[in-house]
Design a protein around this ligand. Structure first.
Ligand code: GAL
Length: 967
């Protein structure tokens, strides 16, 4: 018995064979460069479109494409947009999977349930629309398959969601009453090629435009602009399908298309994005050119631009907006670029598809190296050991080549694009080789990247993702073996430092390794932005929040910026780690300044010094730094320390490199890099135990403090009530603590929970009141195990201040590090917070490079980092003292400080921001130690030096009641 006779269904409505056809489509024009003509007319068809959703591809016939069809009862959607993000759920919901196909893997077949959106737009031509020439209808992005009719004529269908498709429509247009009908299917054969780790979001999500093509207009052109770093000259040649002239006034160039001209130029680099405005003038139109001269090559085993090896300090960027999904407007794209530039990012991998073309214009203009990646991922086939993988099946090769060509042809004129990437996580196969061969032949001026083949058969660089520090170091030392070809290639980490939730930790350690070995040319943090979807009840939704059958939870929220583009602490850390100038103290009142850029000198920067006493700046000035070419260093003498710095204060210098003048991406004064040089250490508090513990009814008093006489629990310090003070070893596990399920290394989140560190019991062994203080002896241990922490709290007072010394002695055989080790307590009220120590933001042992020692002020609420899935956050490093809630706490040694309006247990239980409801108590953690963060949600855990190993520990705090007014 046969269940089907044809490869697709045709029962009710219209023929939809094309949906499951491996071909890229039919009817579209050949791909070409994307540009905006200066004088040819265009008409945007963005806006409100009539919309009808069907449950299957064939539910409706195509009569809606006919003139006169009455769509009066249809709904409406905004184009560009995804229908599942419009209509308040009436049009279905988003689905998030990392690599699993959300449908049975049976290529090229797709489910019968195939949400299909019919889109209808009526339009008139503007009165001045020329009658001569042709007209092209352009779609910049439609997910995942569209069939198009204009005025009742079927003009074709296409797949390749994030690629442009154009149709010649001039012969079909009317002056008034044009009917554009687009049928969009969520699932198609193309979906098998688009298994990127992101939301599945159907719709016409990029612009739809009508472009007039005057007679004699250019069809396509290719700007070749190279730079010879030896002569300082650039060579320009613009090849055009239609002859014309190429004019670049600033360079005095006026040549025919196809003719090469060599002139002295300033080269384009990401650090110095020099663009020359020009024009390509053909008989029919003028096309603005933005020319950047640069030469990209593989030479001496290195990726070189303009003769020099470059170091990528990059990010992986998906297109994302928390309300509009992948339908981005220009301002959002610009915001990404500005944020990147302001955080010292110099490169973007357009993971995992060509972005909206306007983004590349911005990269040209502001200066970012770009790896432009093809819209290709077949990761889900890994579930079946890559059997039937389309990239190794010749039937799919035309679709793969179509995708490669649509990327290269569209984006070939961008100087920022230095590398083409074949796609992501698609295994290996002949189709990839065909793509690489085609790209190499079409564009000899750029290199080819692909990560999925570690033998580098088709690529110009060895690329990996999430390789651990130790392996990267080995690769840098050329000790990693591999094929001969691979051994001769440079190395990049196209993804590393998984920025999910709190973290990533270990960035500085990677950077040190990159900088130590020439072969290592840097990497791209995964990833730029959390793809949270704004949600009225949840704050931001992630996988599973729309009732998906299969999903990967909050793995979609792993960015350096929050969904609303608020920089997370991870981005602040990255900015510091990759700063283009290093400032290091080298003794004798001298700092070493190193220009770590690849090309630019320091002329855009000014240097300042300031001198701090106990975290307060007491003097400041400018620091003359000699001109340093890229890679050069100089030792610069600091001024004499100010004579009037308070005696006994902790002192030190802060040297900053700031923008000397306004730039297009940040104003003068913007801090680019900085360093701190300590001068004198702080004097530690000494406290004489002059007060004795006095029993008074149910209480014991000691100086300003009152304790419960039976339990030894602290009740108050002066007027400040204190609750629940005790040892704390638990933190709400971070995504990186929990680790990805496939990790073979210890995933401590799980092991901590198994051991019971989140449910420690505190046994009271003794309360000993004496003339020199109060001692409370306890044993802190989880049920069901024999490990414990013998914990002694020793309190003493000089009458006005109260000192707590905590001594922790491990018992039993501990086989895991601790999440944290310190004390926590509750205060009945606290809002404003002042501290002297690391700030202004969050820091953990392996993500503390950006923590600056100083005097900081904040509030309890602002000290929280609102990760989309709540987890441990907000610790401040190296805190000498902190004031909040009417208390001052001074630490010996420095401590990690956090305060929040919920307990660590409540934080741990929360799944979304909105689960965190402030209670009446502010919970304060003063930690002697924190375990490192790492990036085990996809990469390595914390390096061993950041472990909080279980060992005997002693630490102390001095508490003073301060002015309650300050609360
Ligand atoms: C990589 C993949 C990315 C993303 C990341 C984890 O394997 O290329 O698309 O899934 O892992 O967030």
């Amino acid at each position: 018995m046969s269940f089907r006779t044809t490869s697709s269904t045709t029962a009710v409505g219209t023929a939809v064979d094309y949906v499951e056809d491996v071909s890229p489509g039919s009817g579209a024009l050949p791909p070409r460069a994307w540009y905006a003509s200066s004088d040819a007319k265009s008409l945007s068809l963005n806006g409100r479109w009539r919309f009808r959703l069907s449950a299957t591809a064939d539910a409706e016939d195509d009569s809606f494409a006919e003139d006169g069809y009455d769509a009066g009862d249809w709904a409406a959607v905004t184009v560009p947009g995804h229908w599942v993000l419009q209509g308040d759920g009436a049009f279905g919901s988003p689905i998030y999977t990392n690599h699993l196909y959300p449908f049975p893997v049976d290529p090229p077949r797709v489910p019968t349930e195939n949400p299909t959106g019919d889109h209808l737009r009526l339009f008139d031509l503007p009165p001045d629309w020329p009658a001569d020439g042709g007209t092209v209808l352009r779609f910049d992005g439609v997910e995942s398959c569209a069939r198009v009719w204009l005025n009742g004529t079927d003009i074709g269908e296409f797949k390749g969601s994030r690629l442009a498709h154009e149709f010649a429509v001039g012969h079909l247009l009317k002056t008034v009453g044009n009917v554009l009908a687009v049928r969009v299917h969520q699932w198609s054969a193309g979906s098998y090629l688009e298994d990127q780790d992101q939301w599945w979001l159907p719709g016409i999500f990029r612009d739809v435009t009508l472009l007039h093509r005057p007679p004699g207009s250019a069809l396509d052109f290719f700007t070749h602009a190279s730079y010879d770093h030896v002569t300082g000259e650039g060579t320009l040649r613009v090849d055009s399908d239609v002859d014309g002239r190429v004019i670049v006034p600033a360079l005095d160039i006026d040549v025919r298309t196809g003719e090469a001209v060599t002139v002295p130029v300033r080269p384009w680099t990401a650090e110095t994005p020099q663009l020359y405005d020009g024009v390509l003038a053909t008989a029919g139109e003028s096309i603005p050119l933005r020319i950047g001269f640069r030469t990209v090559e593989l030479a001496d085993g290195l990726i070189k631009v303009n003769g020099k090896p470059i170091l990528f300090k990059g990010v992986n960027r998906h297109e994302w907006h928390p309300e509009r999904g992948r339908a981005l407007d220009l301002e959002t794209m610009r915001e990404d670029v500005l944020l990147m530039k302001r955080h010292n990012v110099n490169a973007v991998r357009t993971s995992h598809y060509p972005p909206h073309p306007a983004f590349l214009d911005l990269c040209d203009e502001y200066g970012l190296w770009v790896i432009d990646e093809c819209d290709l991922e077949t990761h889900g086939f890994v579930e079946q050991a890559w059997r039937d993988n389309p990239v190794d099946d010749d039937r799919w090769t035309p679709a793969l080549l179509d995708r490669a060509a649509r990327m290269v042809e569209r984006d070939k004129n961008h100087p920022s694009v230095v590398i083409w990437s074949l796609g992501n996580e698609a295994g290996t196969g002949r189709g990839l080789t065909a793509m690489a061969e085609w790209i190499h032949a079409r564009d000899t001026s750029r290199l080819v990247h692909y990560e999925g083949d570690w033998n580098c058969r088709d690529t110009d660089m060895y690329s990996r993702m999430y390789a651990f520090h130790e392996e990267v170091d080995r690769i840098g030392r050329q000790l990693d073996g591999g094929t001969l070809k691979r051994r001769e290639l440079p190395f990049i980490l196209c993804e590393y430092a998984h920025a999910m939730g709190n973290g990533p930790g270990g960035l500085a350690d990677y950077q040190r390794i990159f900088e130590a070995h020439e072969r290592l040319q840097g990497g791209f943090v995964w990833e730029w932005i959390d793809h949270g979807i704004r949600h009225p009840e949840l704050g931001y939704a992630y996988g599973g929040d729309f009732g998906e059958e299969l999903h990967d939870g909050n793995f979609v929220c792993d960015g350096l910026v929050m969904p609303d583009r608020t920089p997370s602490p991870g981005l602040v850390e990255f900015k510091k780690v990759i700063e283009p100038v290093a400032v290091e103290g080298c003794g004798d009142g001298t700092v070493r300044i190193t220009n770590k850029q690849d090309f630019a000198g320091l002329s855009a920067l000014a240097f300042t010094w300031s001198f701090q006493a106990d975290g307060e700046t007491v003097a400041s000035g400018t620091l003359p730094v000699p001109a340093l070419a890229a890679g050069e260093s100089a030792d610069v003498k600091l001024p004499e320390p100010p004579a009037d710095a308070p005696a006994g204060a902790e002192t030190g210098w802060t040297v900053r490199a700031v923008l000397a003048g306004d730039t297009s991406w940040a104003p003068a004064g913007h801090v680019v890099a900085w360093g701190q040089v300590p001068v004198s250490a702080r004097a530690l508090l000494s406290l004489a135990a002059t007060a004795g513990a006095v029993a008074d009814g149910g209480l014991i008093t000691l100086g300003p403090a009152a304790f419960d006489a039976r339990t030894g629990a602290l009740r108050a310090i002066g007027p400040v009530e204190v609750t629940g003070l005790r040892l704390d070893v638990w933190r709400a596990t971070t995504d990186n603590d929990d680790g990805a399920e496939w990790q073979t290394d210890a995933r401590y989140g799980e092991r901590w929970r198994k051991l019971g560190l989140h449910r420690m019991r505190h046994r009271l062994d003794a309360v000993e009141a004496a003339d020199d203080g109060l001692t409370v002896r306890t044993r802190v241990a989880p049920a069901a195990g024999d490990v414990g922490l013998s914990t002694v709290y020793r309190w003493m007072s000089d009458g006005s201040r109260l000192r707590l010394a905590v001594s922790v002695t491990p018992e039993g055989d501990w086989t895991v590090p601790l999440p944290r080790l310190g004390i926590r307590f509750g205060l009945s009220g606290a809002d404003r917070v002042t501290w002297f120590g690391g700030g202004p933001g969050e820091a953990y042992p392996d993500s503390r490079t950006a923590s600056t020692v100083g005097r900081w002020q904040s509030t309890v609420d602002r000290m929280q980092t609102p990760y989309v899935r709540p987890q441990e956050n907000g610790a401040r490093a190296d805190v000498r003292w902190a004031e909040l809630g009417g208390l001052r706490v001074e630490g010996d040694p420095e401590f990690w400080f956090s305060a929040r309006r919920w307990t660590n247990e409540q934080l741990d239980a929360a799944a979304h921001r909105t689960d965190l409801v402030p209670g009446g108590t502010v919970w304060v953690n003063l930690d002697h130690g924190q375990h490192g963060i790492g990036s085990q949600s996809c990469g390595p855990g914390p390096l061993p030096q950041y472990f909080l190993n279980v060992a005997p520990a002693e630490f102390s705090f001095v508490f003073t009641a301060t002015d309650r007014e300050n609360v």
